[in-house]
Design a protein around this ligand. Structure first.
Ligand code: AMP
Length: 462
């Protein structure tokens, strides 16, 4: 199961649950299938979780019962759909010999299956199917004495991506895997410490960004004191922050990995304009993820920017497509062109990525039907050739058009007049300049750690 999610946590605040609710609101783009909040009053953890968007899961009534000073929250997206088990909704809350604990996890643990098999052989009983549940079992079963030692022991066994919030009856702990795949930020709000996947959650509640939780770092807050530890055995792990967060996933008003997503994305567009210039009358984005790079492309090329495609923001993932004819309507439900802008114009269309190629093909047809004379496609990332095993939802290799087709062939398939992708070097330069600090596996197949065959085979079978 692949997941990308949003996490939020707050320590020492009388309105902990309410701030967590707001934080999850800001992180809704990271997961729309379920939401949950767990809160502790120092004695007992209470929680509320359900399928749906934050706004539909939490009502005044459910929030009123979540009283306490420390809270963690989670928005979940998984590819398994709404029929997924309620036991997979996070935060996971368990009771064990020494108290209670709640965890909220973003990322994918690639050795979770192996660990789970071993735990099950030893008698562990799992409620759900998520890799996150493995973490709870490892903590509880550790032979170490203190909670922090148990946690460190558990974390040192994990391979893969985790930006993790762990809450006990009294503590709040934030941990980021040694590779630093997913973002995790730390902030401050009137004396309360807050953690979030992205800083847009801090902006909403008026918190100040302090710093990122570093790759391999565990930050513990207990009795109002903050302390920091290193996950053992990760000295040789290569920093591998997910560059796709900048391309598509994170909100442009967030700061992740120490950089403004907006600025990086705009720079993608500027570099793309230098790498693949074209004579045209208008630059138009595929909203929303194409908007910021299109601004960059327009400013650099001095070709005017227009919103030639308008997006309906109320189309969810559950849009029903009954038959092939109706299915073709698909992209029109989401995007509609403005013929008055496009008629007889040479258009540069900017999107963040091409996955299977179906969206681009439909958009280009739609733009031509609306009167565009030429349509030049520009993509603000390199060709997506390899699946992600660390928390971004990508299809298998055979479905990624760029893994089996040349750029010319893709151009022909999507029926564009020309096609240009941002270079890997250009992307890294815009994202901060150091190839060694990013995971670029979806573009170049260089996975920062070996992925067990059980996972790759499972992905192929899907
Ligand atoms: P496709 O039609 O399969 O080529 O999909 C391309 C579209 O999917 C682009 O407009 C992207 O913005 C979007 N996209 C790229 N990556 C993802 C992802 N992981 N999840 C959902 N949409 C994505």
């Amino acid at each position: 199961m692949k997941e990308y999610c949003g996490v939020f946590g707050i320590y020492n605040n009388p309105n902990a649950a309410y701030y967590t609710y707001l934080g999850l609101y800001a992180l809704q783009h990271r997961g729309q299938e379920s939401a949950g909040i767990a809160v502790t009053n120092g004695e007992r953890i209470t929680y509320y979780r359900d399928f749906g968007l934050v706004s539909s899961v939490f009502k005044n009534e459910s929030l009123k019962h979540l009283t306490g000073f420390v809270a963690v929250g989670h928005n979940r997206y998984s590819t398994s759909g709404a029929s997924d088990s309620p036991d997979n909704i996070q935060p996971i809350v368990v009771s064990y010999k020494y108290g209670q604990m709640a965890i909220a996890h973003n990322g994918n643990i690639v050795n979770a299956l192996e660990l789970r098999e071993k735990l099950e052989e030893e008698g562990s009983i799992f409620r759900g199917t998520t890799d996150s549940e493995v973490i709870v079992h490892l903590i509880v079963k550790s032979k170490k004495r203190k909670f922090l030692e148990k946690l460190m022991d558990a974390l040192s066994k994990l391979k893969g991506a985790y930006s993790l919030l762990v809450m006990t009856n009294k503590k709040l702990i934030a941990a980021r895997d040694p590779w630093g795949f997913r973002p995790l930020c730390m902030g401050e709000l009137d004396g309360s410490i807050v953690f979030a996947s992205e800083t847009c959650a801090f902006d909403l509640i008026g918190a100040k960004y302090i710093r990122d939780v570093e790759p391999g770092e565990v930050v513990v807050i207990e009795n109002g004191e903050i302390s920091s530890y290193q996950i053992p055995g990760c000295e040789n792990c290569k920093k591998s922050q997910c560059v796709f967060e900048f391309v598509y996933f994170a909100r442009p008003d967030s700061k992740i990995f120490g950089k403004s997503v907006y600025e990086v994305r705009k720079e993608f567009g500027k570099i793309l304009a230098r790498e693949y210039p074209v004579k045209a009358d208008l630059v138009i984005p595929v909203p929303d993820s194409g908007v910021v790079p299109a601004l960059g492309y327009s400013q650099e090329s001095r070709i005017p920017f227009e919103m030639g495609l308008i997006r309906n923001h109320y189309v969810g993932r559950t849009f029903i497509k009954p038959d092939q004819k109706m299915r073709d309507i698909g992209v029109r439900v989401k995007l509609n062109p403005i013929p008055e802008l496009l008629k007889n114009k040479r258009i540069v269309v900017i999107d963040d990525s091409i996955v299977r190629g179906t969206t681009s093909r439909k958009i280009i047809r739609m733009l031509r039907e609306a009167g565009a004379k030429e349509v030049h496609m520009r993509i603000s990332s390199p060709p997506t050739k390899w699946p992600c095993y660390f928390g971004i939802d990508t299809p298998t290799r055979d479905q990624l058009i760029a893994s089996s087709h040349s750029i010319e062939e893709i151009c022909k398939y999507i029926e564009a007049d020309s096609l240009g992708y941002l270079s890997l070097e250009g992307m890294i330069r815009a994202a901060g300049g150091n190839k060694d600090s990013f995971c670029t596996a979806c573009f170049d197949g260089n996975y920062p750690l070996s992925v067990p065959e059980t996972i790759t085979r499972q992905a192929e079978k899907k």
